[in-house]
Design a protein around this ligand. Structure first.
Ligand code: DGY
Length: 295
């Protein structure tokens, strides 16, 4: 088995129980792929016909050419469920950081600016009573809606073709759909123009679902009140303009980043590899056909 990058020790141990590691995919019948590894047709061709399964270490599979894998009879699996709550938590954490100006306040203090408690000082907004639009009503979207509701917000789901109706109503728009050819730049200049100028955008899904250039433009021109972003269009690069805007909260792709969740994801991927390669069964988390179903 081949692993495309470093994994937690607990996952390494689980791999060692069932598999011998090889240095190249061309020697492997299974690959455990990090989401930062691009598994395209050229990769699969170079790997060769002995390769039977790519187990992605993540729920999003936009790093893999699914059609090319299917054409070559290679099974692709992902790691849903185990990261649902963790990612939803981050979506809410980012939303609250943005609305309550947590990171802005932190920057303010670290800049050693003079201040004193004041009734009009650095006022933010709460989640209570807010229209919380969820783009992508899959597992993570639904979990985020549940948490938002616990804070008193009103979730509204924007399914396919419903952006026109939902965006103008939203105070918060949180993205939870997978990145596919259909959803690339789903939130473009036109979608942003449907939002109220007081609305904010939260993205914990994939950067390229949002047209980052259009987003920067909207933020700069007061067309949008703020953005909280865990993912970026050209990761790991972060647009210089985003780094310099006060009304933006940024985290480096931390949606599933707790030790418990990262280990659970790895064990889920190893279990998929075991199912096919050791037990000869179809793994539970095989990604079927297209990736249109939200995670
Ligand atoms: C995923 O699983 O797709 C996340 O982006 C990384 O854990």
């Amino acid at each position: 088995m081949h692993v495309t990058g470093a994994v937690p020790a607990a996952v390494e141990a689980a791999i060692a129980e069932s598999f011998a590691l090889v240095r190249e995919a061309s020697e492997a019948d299974g690959v455990l792929a990090l989401i930062t590894s691009r598994i395209d047709d050229a990769y699969l061709a170079a790997a060769g016909p002995q390769l039977r399964i790519i187990a992605n270490y993540g729920v999003g599979v936009d790093n893999i050419d699914l059609e090319a894998a299917a054409r070559r009879g290679i099974l692709v699996t992902n790691t849903p469920d185990v990261l649902t709550e963790t990612t939803a938590e981050l979506a809410i954490a980012l939303t609250l950081s943005l609305l309550r100006r947590v990171t802005e306040g932190d920057r303010f203090l670290r800049a050693r600016r003079p201040w004193g408690f004041g009734l009009e000082f650095m006022l933010g907004a709460g989640l209570g009573g807010k229209q919380f639009a969820i783009v992508g009503a899959g597992r993570i979207g639904r979990a985020t809606a549940r948490l938002a509701k616990a804070f008193g917000a009103e979730p509204i789901f924007a399914g396919r073709g419903e952006l026109e109706r939902v965006l103008p109503l939203a105070d918060i728009v949180s993205i939870h759909c997978p990145l596919t050819p259909e959803t690339r730049h789903l939130i473009d200049a036109r979608a942003l123009s449907l939002l109220r100028p007081t609305a904010v955008l939260v993205n914990t899904a994939r950067g390229a679902i949002v047209d980052e250039r259009a987003l920067v433009h909207a933020l700069r021109n007061g067309r949008l009140a703020g953005a909280a972003l865990d993912v970026f269009e050209r990761e790991p690069a972060v647009a210089e303009e985003l780094l310099s805007l006060e009304n933006v909260v940024l985290t480096p792709h931390l949606g599933s980043a707790t030790r418990t969740t990262r280990e659970a994801m790895g064990l889920s991927a190893v279990s998929a590899l075991r199912s096919l390669l050791v037990e000869g069964r179809r793994p539970a988390n095989a990604v079927t056909g297209s990736t249109i179903d939200p995670p």
